[in-house]
Design a protein around this ligand. Structure first.
Ligand code: SF4
Length: 268
C-alpha cells in the first residue's frame, strides 16, 4: 500500500489550482495540513474519490529527531552484524578478543560484539553512538598525519562551518571564559592530554574521541585588550575515518554535554 511520506507526496496528488475551496490559500498549505494530521484528504472537493480512498490513512507520521536517531542506531547495529569485527579492529585502531571489538572513547573503554550489543564505561547517547558506529562501519583506517586542521578545512567542512562554530566553538569558549580552571579540569577528566605551546595557546589539550579521531582544543585568555578565543582542530585525515556529518554530530554533542556538566557542577 502506497505511503505518503512527505508534504510533497501529498501535494503531487492535488490539482494544484490553488482554488481555495478547501479554505487554504494554496494546495501546498493544504498538503502540509494533511501531512501534520490537521486536515483530511477528503476535504479537498476537487480530489478524485478513488485517490481519497486509496491514500486515506496512509500518511506516514513525521518522526522526531530522536526517533530518526534511534532508527539510525538500529540500522547501524544491523550493519555491525555483517562486518568482520577482527578486521575492523585493525582498521579502526582497536583490539579484538572474545567476539568483541574494544577501543577507548575519551579514555573510557567501549566494546561492541558481533550482535551489535555495546559494553561501555561511558554513557552512550545517540550523539556519540551514531558517530562511533559510523567509525566502525565506514572508517577507512587512514593513519594520523600529525597535521592539525580547523573544521572548515576538512573535506566538506566549509558548508557546515558556520553552524559548527556556533554550536561547538562558541559554547565551549563561553565555558572557558566563565570557568577557566573548571573547563581545563573537565578536559583532563575526559583524558585530555596537555600539549605545550601549541599555537601559543594558554590551554592546548588533545582529546581522543576515537583511536584515529583526536581533537585539539586551543584557548587563548583575554590579553591586553584582545578578546579571548577558542578554536578546535582535527587531524588532517579526520574525514577519511569519520564522515563530516558524524564529526559534526560528535563535537556538537560533546559541547552540549560540557554545557550540561558545567551548569550542574561549575563554580565561578
Ligand atoms: S481545494 Fe483542493 S485544489 Fe483547491 S486549493 Fe484546496 S487543495 Fe488545492
Amino acid at each position: 500500500m502506497a505511503l505518503l511520506k512527505t508534504t510533497m507526496d501529498i501535494f503531487k496528488l492535488l490539482e494544484g489550482s490553488n482554488c481555495r475551496e478547501c479554505g487554504e490559500k494554496a494546495c501546498l498549505a493544504f498538503a502540509a495540513g494533511v501531512f501534520k494530521g490537521k486536515r483530511q484528504l477528503a476535504e479537498c472537493p476537487r480530489l478524485d474519490q478513488r485517490i481519497v480512498e486509496k491514500y486515506t490513512g496512509n500518511t506516514q507520521k513525521a518522526q522526531s529527531v530522536e526517533e530518526d536517531m534511534a532508527d539510525m542506531v538500529t540500522a547501524l547495529k544491523e550493519k555491525i552484524k555483517t562486518i568482520d569485527l577482527s578486521e575492523a579492529a585493525v582498521r579502526v585502531g582497536g583490539q579484538f578478543s572474545g567476539d568483541r571489538l574494544t577501543f577507548r572513547i575519551l579514555g573510557k573503554e567501549f566494546a561492541v560484539d558481533s550482535n551489535g550489543s555495546f559494553y561501555s564505561d561511558i554513557h552512550i547517547n545517540p550523539w556519540l553512538m551514531i558517530p562511533v558506529l559510523h567509525y566502525i562501519v565506514n572508517g577507512r583506517g587512514t593513519p594520523l598525519s600529525g597535521k592539525w586542521a580547523p573544521f572548515r578545512e576538512l573535506k566538506n567542512g566549509m558548508v557546515r562551518n558556520p553552524l559548527f562554530e556556533r554550536k561547538s566553538e562558541a559554547p565551549l569558549k563561553r565555558l572557558a571564559d566563565d570557568y577557566t580552571d573548571f573547563f581545563k579540569d573537565l578536559l583532563e577528566l575526559f583524558n585530555g592530554r596537555q600539549v605545550d605551546n601549541l599555537f601559543e595557546a594558554d590551554i592546548s589539550i588533545v582529546l581522543y574521541f576515537l583511536p584515529l579521531m583526536p581533537m585539539l582544543i586551543c584557548y587563548w585568555k583575554p590579553d591586553d585588550g584582545m578578546e579571548s578565543s577558542l578554536h578546535l582542530f582535527f587531524d588532517a585525515t579526520a574525514t577519511d575515518n569519520l564522515h563530516i556529518d558524524s564529526l559534526y554530530t560528535l563535537i556538537v554533542g560533546f559541547a552540549h554535554m560540557f554545557e550540561k556538566i558545567a551548569a550542574r557542577h561549575a563554580v565561578r
